[in-house]
Design a protein around this ligand. Structure first.
Ligand SMILES: Cc1cc2nc3c(=O)[nH]c(=O)nc-3n(C[C@H](O)[C@H](O)[C@H](O)COP(=O)(O)OP(=O)(O)OC[C@H]3O[C@@H](n4cnc5c(N)ncnc54)[C@H](O)[C@@H]3O)c2cc1C
Length: 418
C-alpha cells in the first residue's frame, strides 16, 4: 500500500532512502533545512571513497596505548577539546571497549562488510539511474606505505579485510612510481584494492540524487524537523519549523542531528561528532591518479571535480564548536609532503571544510525501528563510512517502511543495543 513517507535529512543516506521509497511506490516528502548536498552535510566534504575495505573500526585492540601519543602530537590524526572530556567520557569508554578484543572487531568488520561489500556497484547503478554515471569511478583505491614493514604492522586490519572477501594486489617501489609518478619516493610499497571506487563530487552527487527524486514527484521542503506527533504508538505527523507534516512513516536520516530526534522517538543513542576536515587544492601541480591513502597522513587523497582533496582528521569536540583550521592545515602539510611537486612555487589555492561524522561508539550505524513508534525508521550514525553505505542503507530503510524482511540481519544495528 502506498504510504506518505517523510525523509528527514537529505545527505547521501536520506537521498538514497528517498529514491528507494519512490521506487516502492510511496509518496515522499524530504525535509531539509539546508541545500541538499551542501556544506552543512558530512556527505559534502568527505574523502569520496567508496570502499569495500572500510570495514576496520576506529577502535582496535591496543588503541588506548596509542591514544595518548596521538593526543600529545599537535600534528597527529586525533585531537580532543579537553573541556569536552567530561561530557564525552561515556562515549569514549564505550568506544575503547568496542575495540578491546580481536573477537569484537572481527564481529564489527563482518557487520560493516555486510553493508559495504558491494558499495561501488550500488553507487555505479545509482549514478547511472540519476543520469550522472561519470560521478562514480571504479578504478581501485591505493594504500601507500614507506615500506612493506609498515604495511605488515597493520596485519590485523588486512587480515580482517581478507576474511571478509576484500582482495588486493601488492605493488613494489618501481611499479608504484610508474603508477603514481608524483607521489613522494619515500613511499616504497602499496596495496591496490581493485574493487574500490570513488565519487568525483560527493556534494554534487547528493544534489543530483535529490533533483532526480524531485523530478520523479518527491516534495522537498526547506525546514528543520523538530519532533514527532505520536499517539498510541502510531505516527501522525512530523513537527517542523514550517509546521506539521501529516504522514504515515518517517525515515530519520539527519546525520549528526539525528540524536535529538531519536530521543524524541524514544531512544537514547550515544551519537557524537567525530569532526573531520578537508582541504582542496584547485588545479594542483601533482596528485594521485588513483585515490590514495598515505599511511602516515591517515587521510584520503582524491582527485575531485573541485581539485585535489585531502580528507581526514578526527576531532572530538561539541557539534557547535567553531572549526579549528589548524586541523585542516595538518592535512595540507601532509599533502605537500606526499606530493613534493605541490610544494614548489607559490602556495596553492586551498579551500578548507569541517564536517561531522555521525559516530556511534561501536562504529556501526543505527538502522531499525524507533522504540516509541515502529512507523519511524532510523538510518543514521554511519560515522566514517556513510558515503559508501548510503545506497544500501536507503534500501534497508525502504524495506523497513514496507514491512519487508531486509536481506541483512539488522539486530546488531538496532538503536536499543546501547
Ligand atoms: C572528513 C571526512 C571524511 C570522510 N570520508 C568518507 C569516505 O571517504 N567514504 C565514506 O563512505 N564516508 C566518509 N565519511 C563519512 C560520511 O561523509 C558520512 O558518514 C555520511 O556523509 C553521513 O551521511 P548522512 O546522510 O547520514 O548525513 P549528512 O550528510 O550529514 O546529512 C544530514 C542532512 O540532514 C540535515 N538535517 C540536519 N538536521 C535536520 C533536521 N532537524 N531536520 C531535517 N534535516 C536535518 C542536514 O542539513 C544534512 O543535509 C567522511 C566524513 C568526514 C567528515
Amino acid at each position: 500500500m502506498p504510504l506518505h513517507v517523510v525523509v528527514i535529512g537529505s545527505g547521501i543516506v536520506g537521498a538514497s532512502a528517498a529514491i528507494e521509497l519512490l521506487r516502492d511506490g510511496h509518496r515522499v516528502t524530504i525535509v531539509e533545512p539546508g541545500t541538499p548536498g551542501g556544506p552543512q552535510a558530512a556527505s559534502y566534504g568527505n574523502g569520496a571513497w567508496l570502499s569495500p575495505a572500510s570495514i576496520i573500526p576506529m577502535s582496535m585492540p591496543g588503541l588506548w596505548k596509542k591514544v595518548l601519543g596521538y593526543l600529545l602530537d599537535p600534528g597527529g590524526p586525533l585531537t580532543i577539546r579537553w573541556r569536552m572530556l567530561p561530557r564525552l567520557a561515556p562515549w569514549l569508554i564505550r568506544f575503547l571497549r568496542a575495540g578491546s578484543t580481536v573477537a569484537k572487531v572481527e564481529a564489527t568488520a563482518r557487520r560493516l562488510s555486510s553493508l559495504l561489500h558491494d558499495a561501488p556497484s550500488r553507487h555505479a547503478a545509482l549514478a547511472a539511474e540519476i543520469g550522472a554515471p561519470d560521478l562514480v569511478k571504479r578504478q581501485g583505491l591505493l594504500y601507500a606505505y614507506p615500506d612493506r614493514a609498515a604495511f605488515e604492522a597493520e596485519a590485523l586490519a588486512w587480515r580482517l579485510r581478507r576474511d571478509n572477501g576484500v582482495r588486493w594486489i601488492e605493488i613494489g617501489a618501481e611499479e608504484l612510481f610508474q603508477r603514481e609518478p608524483t607521489l613522494g619516493r619515500h613511499y616504497r610499497f602499496a596495496v591496490l584494492v581493485e574493487d574500490g571506487g570513488h565519487c568525483v563530487d560527493p556534494g554534487g552527487y547528493v544534489a543530483a540524487i535529490v533533483a532526480h527524486v524531485v523530478g520523479q514527484g518527491a516534495t522537498l521542503i526547506q525546514a528543520e524537523a523538530t519532533g514527532f506527533d505520536i499517539a498510541a504508538g502510531r505516527l501522525r505527523a512530523v513537527t517542523t519549523s514550517a509546521g506539521l507534516i501529516a504522514c504515515d512513516r518517517v525515515v530519520l536520516a539527519a546525520g549528526i542531528r539525528s540524536k535529538a530526534l531519536a530521543r524524541a522517538a524514544g531512544d537514547r543513542v550515544p551519537l557524537e561528532s567525530e569532526r573531520g576536515y578537508h582541504v582542496v587544492i584547485a588545479d594542483p601541480a601533482a596528485g594521485p591518479r588513483t585515490p590514495l591513502m598515505p599511511s602516515d597522513g591517515k587521510m584520503g587523497n582524491t582527485m575531485t571535480r573541485q581539485g585535489l582533496r585531502a580528507a581526514g582528521q578526527v576531532e572530538l569536540a561539541s557539534v557547535d564548536a567553531l572549526p579549528d583550521w589548524r586541523r585542516a592545515d595538518i592535512l595540507l602539510r601532509h599533502l605537500l609532503s606526499a606530493y613534493p611537486a605541490l610544494d614548489k612555487g607559490p602556495l596553492p589555492d586551498v579551500a578548507r571544510w569541517m564536517g561531522h561524522r555521525p559516530s556511534t561508539p561501536d562504529g556501526l550505524p543505527v538502522l531499525g525501528l524507533a522504540s516509541a513508534s515502529s512507523d519511524i525508521v532510523y538510518a543514521f550514525g554511519h560515522g566514517h563510512v556513510g558515503l559508501a553505505a548510503g545506497p544500501v542503507s536507503g534500501r534497508l530503510a525502504a524495506d523497513l517502511v514496507g514491512g519487508r524482511q531486509p536481506g541483512i540481519d539488522l539486530k546488531p544495528f538496532a538503536a536499543t543495543r546501547f
